[in-house]
Design a protein around this ligand. Structure first.
Ligand SMILES: [Zn+2]
Length: 241
């Protein structure tokens, strides 16, 4: 049987679907994966992305951090693609219970998804490190150098989990709960290389594990269905009933 057909059948039967996704979900929206070789490497920065996007670098070189961040991370003109839209439809139809994502671009919400567990935070939330005042992504885009709080001049920091920083415990717990209650888990657009992705998947005890990724992942061997094609193209062919 054709793989898309099998995916359709599994989705038709399930009623507690959870989606776990990563950078590959947004590449079809034009957002580069900074870990991929054709992504942001070999570009005009003196440090590798993992260094710039670390807590200690942020504290020591905020100017350089925000130069990189505004140019590479703060993507505000991207639109949701077929994968984001289909997942939102599946949620509206009552089939999908949660999207757990490693992405920070907010595109699932832009597509209409409501239950989105953002393991690595979001570019759309920014807080003054001094007084906690909230700022949206446009504020970061429209300021120069290190963005400062209008009220107290504190540094405004994106609510994005940097390297060396801990994940939000509440989001982690909610993700564990969603995954452990799922009957079907779709892992999409992630090679599961980044903590805590692979660990979270161990909580899945449902009926079918589906992997939609263009390259190999550590759970391919456990997958009931493995489709190595761009996820937007795959999801575009799924019908929601
Ligand atoms: Zn402030």
């Amino acid at each position: 049987m054709e793989k898309i057909e099998r995916l359709q059948q599994i989705i038709n039967r399930c009623d507690r679907l959870v989606f776990f996704g990563g950078a590959g979900v947004s590449t079809e929206s034009g957002i580069p994966d900074f870990r991929s070789v054709d992504g942001l490497y070999h570009q005009k920065y003196e440090y590798p992305p993992e260094t710039i996007l670390s807590h200690s670098f942020f504290m020591r070189h905020p100017e350089e951090f925000f130069r990189f961040y505004r140019e590479k991370m703060l993507v505000l003109d991207a639109a949701p693609n077929a994968a984001h839209k289909k997942l939102a439809e599946l949620e509206q139809a009552g089939k999908l219970k949660a999207v757990v994502t490693q992405n920070i671009d907010g595109l699932h919400q832009a597509a209409g998804s409501r239950k989105v567990l953002e393991l690595h935070g979001s570019i759309h939330r920014n807080y003054c490190m001094n007084c906690g005042a909230f700022y949206d992504a446009q504020y970061i885009r429209d300021t120069d150098g290190v963005p400062r709080c209008k009220h107290c001049k504190g540094i405004v920091k994106p609510d994005v989990v940097l390297y060396e920083e801990a994940l939000d415990q509440k989001i982690m717990e909610e993700s564990v709960n969603a995954i452990s209650e799922a009957d079907v888990l779709i892992v999409g657009g992630t090679s599961l290389a980044v903590y805590p992705a692979a660990g979270l998947l161990r909580y899945f005890q449902g009926e079918a594990l589906i992997v939609l990724n263009r390259s190999a992942t550590p759970v391919d061997g456990n997958a009931d269905l493995l489709i190595e094609e761009p996820i937007g193209q795959v999801m575009a062919r799924i019908k929601v009933r």
